[in-house]
Design a binder for this molecule. Structure first.
Ligand SMILES: [Zn+2]
Length: 799
C-alpha cells in the first residue's frame, strides 16, 4: 500500500511524463482522458492534504491568484542581447565569420571555424531557474540586468517542464529561451475572440509578450503559448558541455523543447548556406522568425572572444528581409472575382516588403475593411509572407490626415478625418449590375453573373488553370484580351478560336498599345505562340471528369468535392442532374455544398453552357459506372435522413423507413401514417411535405434514384487501392514525377495528400532537398518513401 506522499509523487511523475510526450515529443502514449483522470486525482489529493503540494506539481499549471504587480528579479548572469547583422544577403554571414577570425588573429591558412546555427524566434526572452530539478522562478529579460518575476504565468505553459528529466540533476540551472505563439494557435485565438465579440490581436509576438506579462495568471493560461530553449544562465553542480550544440542537446535531454531547425556548420560559407536554407523554409514554419543566429560552437573560443561593450563577439543575429513595412494608401478600389465576389483592394505607394515591391494589398471584404478602418491617405502596415497575397495589418492612426472642423473655436480646435469611412459601391464597377450581400455572408457579390466581363475573365482563368483544364499558355494577358475584344463570351467559345482570331486579337492589342504590327510581318515565327495556344486548347478536350467539374467553377466545389462527385457518380450525365438529397449523402459533402451544386445545375444557362462545351468536343476521358457503394445511399433510411427535413435525424429516418418503405409512399404520407413518430418530428415532416412542391420533388427523386440504381454495377467494387484511408505528405523534388502527378497517383490509389506531417501521417514521400517535413517525419517515426518505393507500391495495386 502506497502512502499518500508516495501516491502524490507517483501521480506527478506520470503526469510529467505524459505532458512531455504530448507537448514536447508530440507523441502521446495515453488518451487525453487518462491524463485528465490522473490530474483530477492529484488535484483532489492536494486539496485534501495541502502539505503534499509541491512547487513542481502539474496542478500549478492552471494558474494562481492575480498579482498586484510583478516583483523584480536580478539576473546574476546578465541576459544580453546579441548584435544584429542587417545586411540580409549572404555577405552578412561572411562578414561575421571574417570578424571572428580577425578577433582570434587567425591566419588565412587556419582551419574553418565551427559554428552552431539556429533560428531567431520572434517572441519574448525568458530565464527559467531550476533548483535541484524543480522550476522555482521565471523572469523576463527586462533591461538585461533586472527582469520581472512571471513564474505563475510561465508555469501555465505546458511545454515548459516543471521538473527536469534525468538521473543527475544540477543544483542550479538557469535556462534561457523564447516564449512564442504558433501562428495556428494565434489564428485560433483570434477566431475565438471574434466569436466572443472581443477585440482581435495584431500579431503573435505581441500577443505572447502580453500574455507573459499578465498579472492574472488565468488569462495567461488561456493564451496558447509555446517555448524553445536556446541557452544557459547560472549553472551550479552540472558539468557544462564543451560546445553550444551539445548544450542544446543536453537541454533537450532535460525535457525542454529545442527547435530541430539547427545545424553545426563550418566557416562563413556554411553560415550563408544555412541562411539561404532557412529563408526557403521560413514560410512553411509554424511560427514567426525574423532571422537566424550564429554562435561560435566551442565554449572555450566563446570565452576567448569575450564581449564588446555588452554584446558577445561570438554571436550574431542575421536578419531576413522584413515581412512588414509601412506605406500609404493612395486609393481603395474593388475587384470582381470569378464568383462575382467583390473584394476591396488598397492601392499602395510602392513599398519593398517580403523581398518584392508591393503596390496592392487585399482588404478581404467590407467588414474587414471597416474593422481595420482603412481609409485613403492612411499610413498602414503591410505584410507579405511568402506567396501569400499582401495584406494590410493595421492603420497607424497617429498619421491619419486630419482637417479642422469648420467653426470650431481657436482654443478647442477639433479635428475630423480628411477621408470618410470606406464603403462598398452599390453597383459593380465593371458591369454596373447590382452588388448584393446575402444575409449572414461576409462577401458581397456582383449579380451580373457571366454577363459581367470581370466574372467571365475570372471564370475562364479558373477553367484554364493548371489543376483544372490545364490549358497551356492561356495566361492572364490573353484571357484579358480575348474577353475585352469579345472573342470569348462563354467557356465553349475557347474551343472555336482560330489562328486568325489570335492574330487579329494580337494586332488589335498592338495597335491599341501603339506598337506596329510587326508580329504579323515577321511571319511564321510570330504565329508560333498562337499555334501553341491552339494546341493547348485542343489538348484540353479530354480532361479527367473530376478536373472538368472543378473547372466549371461551381461555388464551394473545390478539387476534393469534384473528385468525390466523379468517384461516386462516375458520369457527367448523372452529376449534372443529381438531386441535393443524394449529394448530401456523399462523404464530405455538406448541406451548403450540396445546395450549391444542385442550384448551379438547376440554372438553365449553366446547363446550356455545359451542353455547349460538350458540343465543342470536350469529353471527360474517365467516365465510368457509378459506384456500387451508392446502393447503400439509395436506401430509404439514408435518403430520408438527407432530405433536409428539420428534426428528421438518422435514428428517426430509420424508424420512418421501417413503416414508410419508399419515397413514393412518403410523398403520399399524412398525419395517420406518421403516428408512430414523436409528435414534433411528425409535425416537422408534415409541414415540410406540405411546403411548395416537396411532395412532387419526392416523386421526381424516386424516379431519378430508380434510374441510378439500374446503372449500378452488380458487384460492389472497392473505391480505393493500396493507399485507402492513408494520409501521405510530399516533400522535396521527386526525380521524375511532378507534385501534381504524384498527388494524382496517390489519390487514384485511395490516399489523401496532406500539407503537413503529424502523428497521423502514414507515409512521407521525400525527394531531393526535402526540408523540415522530412526531419519531422523522422522524429515521429513516420515511414519514408522515395519515388521508386512509391511507384513500387502503386504497381502492387495494378499488378
Ligand atoms: Zn459585374
Amino acid at each position: 500500500m502506497m502512502t499518500l506522499l508516495e501516491q502524490a509523487q507517483s501521480l506527478r511523475t506520470q503526469l510529467h511524463q505524459y505532458a512531455h510526450e504530448y507537448h514536447v515529443l508530440d507523441a502521446p502514449t495515453v488518451p487525453d482522458a487518462e491524463y485528465d483522470r490522473l490530474f483530477r486525482a492529484l488535484q483532489a489529493l492536494e486539496m485534501a492534504h495541502p502539505e503534499l503540494a509541491t512547487l513542481d506539481s502539474p496542478t500549478l499549471r492552471v494558474g494562481g491568484q492575480p498579482l498586484p504587480q510583478f516583483e523584480p528579479v536580478i539576473h546574476t548572469v546578465a541576459m544580453l542581447s546579441i548584435r544584429t547583422e542587417t545586411d540580409v544577403t549572404p555577405a552578412g554571414a561572411l562578414a561575421f565569420d571574417a570578424s571572428v577570425r580577425k578577433e582570434l588573429d587567425l591566419p588565412l591558412s587556419a582551419a574553418l571555424i565551427e559554428y552552431a546555427a539556429e533560428l531567431k524566434f520572434d517572441g519574448l526572452a525568458i530565464s527559467l531557474r531550476y533548483e535541484n530539478g524543480v522550476l522555482v522562478q521565471a523572469a523576463t529579460r527586462g533591461d538585461g540586468a533586472t527582469g520581472e518575476d512571471v513564474t505563475q504565468n510561465i508555469r501555465t505553459i505546458a511545454q515548459i517542464p516543471l521538473r527536469l528529466r534525468g538521473e543527475i540533476l544540477p543544483g542550479v540551472l538557469e535556462v534561457r529561451g523564447e516564449v512564442y505563439m504558433r501562428r495556428d494557435d494565434f489564428d485560433r485565438l483570434n477566431e475565438r475572440q471574434l466569436a466572443a465579440g472581443d477585440k482581435t490581436f495584431v500579431n503573435p509576438r505581441n500577443t505572447a509578450a502580453g500574455a507573459v506579462r499578465q498579472l492574472d495568471p488565468a488569462i495567461a493560461a488561456a493564451r496558447p503559448l509555446s517555448f524553445f530553449a536556446y541557452g544557459l544562465g547560472v549553472v551550479e553542480g552540472w558539468p557544462q558541455p564543451e560546445t553550444h550544440s551539445a548544450v542544446l542537446d543536453a537541454l533537450a535531454g532535460l525535457g525542454f523543447p529545442v527547435c530541430v531547425e539547427r545545424a553545426v556548420l563550418q566557416g562563413g560559407a556554411g553560415l550563408a548556406e544555412f541562411h539561404a536554407h532557412v529563408s526557403d523554409i521560413r514560410d512553411g514554419l509554424p511560427f514567426d522568425i525574423d532571422g537566424v543566429v550564429y554562435k561560435v560552437n566551442s565554449m572555450a573560443l566563446q570565452k576567448e572572444l569575450g564581449f564588446r561593450t555588452r554584446e558577445p563577439r561570438w554571436a550574431v543575429a542575421h536578419k531576413f528581409p522584413a515581412q512588414e513595412a509601412l506605406t500609404i494608401v493612395e486609393a481603395i478600389d474593388v475587384q470582381v472575382g470569378r464568383t462575382g465576389a467583390i473584394t476591396p483592394v488598397a492601392r499602395l505607394q510602392p513599398v519593398f516588403v517580403g523581398g518584392v515591391t508591393v503596390t496592392n494589398a487585399t482588404l478581404h471584404n467590407e467588414d474587414e475593411a471597416r474593422r481595420k478602418d482603412v481609409r485613403v491617405g492612411d499610413t498602414v502596415a503591410v505584410r507579405r509572407a511568402g506567396d501569400v497575397i499582401p495584406e494590410v495589418v493595421n492603420v497607424v492612426l497617429e498619421r491619419r490626415p486630419m482637417k479642422d472642423v469648420p467653426g470650431a473655436d481657436l482654443f478647442s480646435s477639433s479635428q475630423e478625418s480628411l477621408y470618410p469611412v470606406f464603403s462598398l459601391p452599390r453597383a459593380c464597377p465593371v458591369c454596373g449590375s447590382h452588388v448584393v450581400r446575402e444575409e449572414g455572408e461576409a462577401i458581397a457579390r456582383c449579380s451580373g453573373g457571366l454577363s459581367c466581363s470581370a466574372q467571365r475573365k475570372e471564370a475562364i482563368r479558373h477553367f484554364a488553370g493548371r489543376r483544372m483544364m490545364d490549358i497551356d499558355g492561356l495566361g492572364e494577358r490573353y484571357v484579358e484580351s480575348l474577353v475585352d475584344l469579345a472573342y470569348v463570351k462563354s467557356l465553349a467559345d475557347l474551343y472555336a478560336l482560330t489562328l486568325a482570331d489570335f492574330q487579329n486579337m494580337k494586332a488589335a492589342v498592338d495597335e491599341a498599345a501603339g506598337v506596329s504590327a510587326e508580329s504579323i510581318a515577321q511571319g511564321r515565327l510570330a504565329t508560333k505562340w498562337a499555334e501553341n495556344l491552339l494546341e493547348g486548347i485542343a489538348a484540353s478536350k479530354t480532361p479527367l471528369l473530376a478536373r472538368f467539374l472543378f473547372a466549371l467553377g461551381i461555388r464551394h466545389v473545390g478539387e476534393s468535392t469534384a473528385k468525390t462527385l466523379a468517384d461516386w457518380l462516375g458520369r457527367l450525365e448523372l452529376i449534372r442532374h443529381a438531386p441535393a438529397p443524394l449529394l448530401r449523402s456523399l462523404p464530405d459533402i455538406g448541406d451548403t455544398v450540396a445546395v450549391a451544386i444542385s442550384e448551379f445545375f438547376a440554372e438553365p444557362k449553366n446547363q446550356l453552357a455545359l451542353d455547349a462545351l460538350l458540343a465543342a468536343g470536350v469529353v471527360p476521358r474517365d467516365e465510368h459506372a457509378p459506384s456500387g457503394l451508392l446502393r447503400e445511399k439509395l436506401m430509404p433510411a439514408s435518403l430520408y435522413a438527407h432530405l433536409g427535413v428539420p428534426k428528421l435525424s438518422g435514428v428517426r429516418s430509420v424508424q420512418l423507413a421501417e413503416r414508410v418503405s419508399s419515397l413514393s409512399a412518403l410523398a403520399r404520407a399524412d398525419w395517420l401514417t406518421l403516428t408512430f413518430l414523436p409528435a414534433d418530428v411528425a409535425k416537422a415532416l408534415l409541414s415540410w411535405l406540405d411546403e411548395d412542391s416537396h411532395r412532387q420533388s419526392l416523386q421526381a427523386l424516386a424516379v431519378w434514384c430508380a434510374d441510378l440504381e439500374r446503372q449500378l454495377p452488380a458487384e460492389i467494387e472497392s473505391l480505393a487501392g493500396v493507399f485507402k484511408d492513408k494520409t501521405l505528405v510530399l516533400t522535396g523534388t521527386l526525380p521524375t514525377l511532378s507534385r501534381d502527378q504524384a498527388k494524382d497517383l496517390i489519390e487514384a490509389a485511395g490516399g489523401k495528400v496532406s500539407g503537413s506531417v503529424s502523428k497521423k501521417t502514414h507515409y512521407v514521400v521525400a525527394g531531393s532537398d526535402a526540408g523540415s517535413k522530412l526531419t519531422k517525419a523522422q522524429g515521429l517515426g513516420v515511414s519514408i518513401l522515395d519515388e521508386a518505393a512509391l511507384l513500387r507500391m502503386l504497381d502492387v495495386r495494378e499488378g
